[in-house]
Design a protein around this ligand. Structure first.
Ligand code: NAP
Ligand code: F7E
Length: 383
């Protein structure tokens, strides 16, 4: 018999990659999904199985991290060997608008899961992974950040996650639970939510290249992030729960990059050169040149002349609505413990992450453009 895993947040970026990874390993995966007015299962549709199929390896349950009774019932029914608590209101900027809800789901939600496992006498059976975050380091007290670096959260999201981190440690120590924190630095992918900075950029650049959008407005261009690929990071989650003893691990690449540089790299991926000028709210990026060979290869010849006519124009601007009341300026992780104890190594570099995201978004936007406009662009879509 294979193992049984329960994933909260299965419809999210990490939930989708983790479900796929565990199913390939022979697990039966149960996922908790919130009720929404639309299906909202796009990221896991390829894994979906009709409920009438016997021996399904993906089973979804309606649930919510703010509902203890529901969580306790599901955990009792599923009797999981491993629980991955990935569900959260995960957007830092939005957490300033919904601080109470964020505390409830991201903070108390963790307690509800730990307490359900304890009350159901599942402590000897169920191992728990808590999705902790580099946002805990916030106003960083040490560079690079590692497991022993003191925390200094800078948003309602990070403060809620701080509670989640410590309640996991406390239940481990108080009740001898196999409960671990993965302190994951930013990780991205073609499945990343559209309002996180990397995905916002790869989508916007694809649309600019396809002449579907003229300009994109950003927030703080100077903050620095340690970006990895979500596919690499879900491998680390699984490895953490395979350890004999529970513990907490930083998962990061050890390389940090500004938002500004990320934008330049993503444009370069399709052969477009941009240069930044000005400061603060007045900073802009101007379209400088187009490498025709790369652009034709990555985007298609039919869009080239439209973009070349725009050389010299501003295509990136700053809008202060995207600034945060308190910002996390610099994150860079030291994952030595994960590398040595888990044998974890990322396979993607920032360059291959950007390549993966741009390839996917260009394809997606071509499809969108075709569906909207029809006509000659069909030729490019099927190229
Ligand atoms: P994501 O794409 O935003 O997915 C979040 C998931 O949580 C979605 O399935 C969402 O459901 C679900 N969810 C939200 N509120 C819920 C609630 N009250 N009850 C039940 N489910 C709820 O996030 P992600 O990038 O995959 O991240 C996974 C986890 O890792 C999160 O806890 C995040 O805070 C944490 N984390 C992420 C990163 C990163 O860089 N990606 C780094 C460190 C830690 P809907 O689909 O219905 O919205
Ligand atoms: O912002 C700056 C922004 O929203 C990154 C979540 O997964 O990772 C994520 O949190 C940086 C910030 O991610 C825009 O100010 C500039 O400095 O992509 P983000 P995040 O806040 O780092 C951590 C590890 C998590 O745990 C979270 O769940 O980019 N930035 N301009 C912008 N950010 C956004 N979203 N949009 C902009 O236009």
């Amino acid at each position: 018999m294979g193992k049984v895993a329960l994933i909260t947040g299965i419809t999210g970026q990490d939930g989708a990659y983790l479900a796929e990874y565990l199913i390939k390993k022979g697990y039966t995966v149960h996922g908790i999904k919130r009720r929404s007015s639309m299906f909202n299962t796009d990221r896991i549709d390829h894994l979906y199985q009709d409920p009438h199929i016997e021996d399904r390896n993906l089973i979804l349950h309606y649930g919510d991290l703010t509902d203890s009774l529901n969580l306790t019932r599901i955990i009792g029914e599923v009797q999981p060997d491993e629980i991955y608590n990935l569900a959260a209101m995960s957007h830092v900027k939005v957490s300033f608008d919904t601080p109470e809800y964020t505390a409830n789901a991201d903070g108390l939600g963790v307690l509800r899961i730990l307490e359900a496992v304890r009350l159901l006498n599942l402590v000897p059976k169920s191992r728990i992974y808590q999705a902790s975050t580099s946002e805990l380091y916030g106003l960083v007290q040490e560079v690079p950040q590692k497991e022993t670096t003191p925390f200094y959260p800078r948003s309602p999201y990070a403060v809620a996650k701080l509670y989640g981190y410590w309640i996991t440690v406390n239940y481990r120590e108080a009740y001898n639970m196999h409960a671990s924190n993965g302190i994951l630095f930013n990780h991205e992918s073609p499945l990343r939510g559209e309002t996180f900075v990397t995905r916002k950029v790869t989508r916007a650049i694809s649309r600019i290249a396809l002449n579907m959008q003229k300009k994109v407005y950003m927030g703080n261009l100077s903050s620095k992030r340690d970006w990895g690929h979500a596919k690499d990071y879900v491998r680390a989650m699984h490895a953490i729960l395979q350890q004999e003893k529970p513990s907490d691990y930083v998962i990061a690449t050890g390389i940090t990059t500004t938002i500004r540089d990320f934008i330049q790299m993503a444009f370069a991926e399709i052969g477009v050169e941009v240069s930044f000028h000005g400061e603060g709210v007045d900073e802009v990026a101007v379209l400088r040149s187009v490498d025709e060979k790369i652009f034709k290869n990555k985007i298609g010849e039919v869009y080239l002349e439209d973009l070349k006519k725009r050389i010299g124009e501003e295509i990136v601007g700053v809008d202060p609505q995207y600034f945060r009341p308190t910002e996390v300026e610099l994150l860079i992780g030291d994952a030595t413990k994960a590398r040595t104890q888990l044998g974890w190594e990322p396979q993607y570099s920032l360059e291959t992450l950007i390549e993966d995201m741009m390839l996917s978004d260009v394809k997606l936007m071509k499809k969108e453009s075709y569906l909207r406009e029809g006509g000659y662009k069909i030729l490019n879509y099927f190229e």
